[in-house]
Design a protein around this ligand. Structure first.
Ligand code: DOR
Ligand code: ZN
Length: 349
């Protein structure tokens, strides 16, 4: 059993950093571990213009701890009315690196998302031409479809036809949760990839109901049956370059999670790399953690690998039940971290 793990510095290819006080409270947790992160645009209002993205990037950089070299990689939020020229201009200027597709009303702040995929055909054609990745929240929103089937149905009804219509488009199916998604991505073309979160590697749907209703394990796409969790673990630890790290860390204040209509999202940023390391160790695949965390993502996005290193030590530590974070003005923000009350074996030094 190794006592330390040295890794090329990883990146997080899917994170929610939010804005304002929440941004100030959480950005340090991501910046401590990751060299770069793909930052989701589902703010209120969503990031749909180059100017809004530039301003958001500035706010992120201002919120970073002093001396941090962390680089936010911004994304555009696709609506049915976004102008393809705006998308292309922001990409060419290096302001944003990808577009995020939320099916309308699929999740937090997805009200302005896309109802009819055909309506964004011109944008997708532009992205295909300029090599700009499309990041997809892959769930149908049809209330007739069982929530546990929404990812698999999306793949069949929407993703497969979309890839046929746009064979050159780079696509990331985000935060996959099913063996259906694993199989689809693995057997797909090289320009198709998927991110996998730490929570979907650790929990199945029982976690939401263990001893009562547990809002801290509610996220979207919702965790599925055990067989799906096992398929995700096999995929993440397989060494296949089409699977890479994306935490989908999605902080909501504890009061917003623990309410009559609790928000979807798991805040895993504080111990994300430790959480992945636990999975890779349990699967006997620690030697493949670096490729998943630090190599497959940049290669897919056509970016250089990070030059730096991080070190994890075998040093069991308890995760706090609650984190009382403070924003830049000193105001408290209470969050429940993923793994609250558990002991993690690896610790980032
Ligand atoms: O659980 C989730 N939370 N899933 C998402 O797709 C969005 C995210 C959020 O922004 O809270
Ligand atoms: Zn997300």
């Amino acid at each position: 059993m190794p006592a330390t793990i040295r890794l090329r510095q990883p990146d997080d290819w899917h994170v929610h950093l939010r804005d304002g006080a929440m941004l100030e409270a959480v950005v340090g947790a991501t910046a401590r571990q990751f060299g770069r992160a793909i930052v989701m645009p589902n703010l209120q209002p969503p990031i749909t213009t180059v100017a809004a993205a530039q301003a958001y990037g500035e706010r992120i950089r201002r919120a970073l701890p002093a001396g941090s070299g962390f680089q936010p990689l911004l994304t555009a939020y696709l609506t049915e009315t976004i102008d393809p020229r705006e998308v292309e201009a922001g990409f060419r200027q290096g302001v944003w690196v990808a577009c995020k597709l939320y099916p309308a009303r699929a999740t937090t702040n997805a009200e302005a998302g896309v109802g009819d995929l055909m309506a964004i055909t011109p944008v997708l054609e532009t992205m295909e031409r300029i090599g700009m990745p499309l990041l997809i929240h892959g769930e149908v929103t049809d209330p007739e479809i069982d929530i546990f089937d929404r990812e698999a149905v999306f793949i069949e009804r929407h993703l497969a036809p979309l890839l046929q219509r746009h064979p050159g488009l780079k696509v990331v199916l985000e935060h996959i949760t099913t063996s259906d998604a694993v199989d689809f991505v693995r057997s797909g073309p090289p320009q198709l990839a998927a991110t996998i979160t730490p929570h979907h590697l650790h929990i199945n749907r029982n976690a939401m109901f263990r001893g009562g209703l547990r809002p801290d394990f509610y996220c979207l796409p919702v965790a599925k049956r055990e067989l799906h969790r096992l398929a995700l673990r096999a995929a993440a630890t397989s060494g296949d370059p089409c699977f890479f790290l994306g935490t989908d860390s999605a902080p909501h204040a504890r009061s917003a999670k623990e309410s009559a209509c609790g928000c979807a999202g798991i805040f895993n940023a504080p111990y994300a790399i430790e959480s992945y390391a636990a999975v890779f160790e349990q699967e006997g695949a620690l030697e493949r953690l670096e490729a998943f965390a630090s190599e497959h993502g940049p290669r897919f996005y056509g970016l250089p690998l990070n030059p730096g290193q991080i070190i994890l030590e075998r040093r069991p530590h308890a995760v706090d039940e609650r984190l009382a974070l403070t924003d830049a003005a000193g105001a408290p923000v209470e969050l429940v971290p993923f793994h609250a009350g558990e002991t993690l074996t690896w610790q980032l030094v």
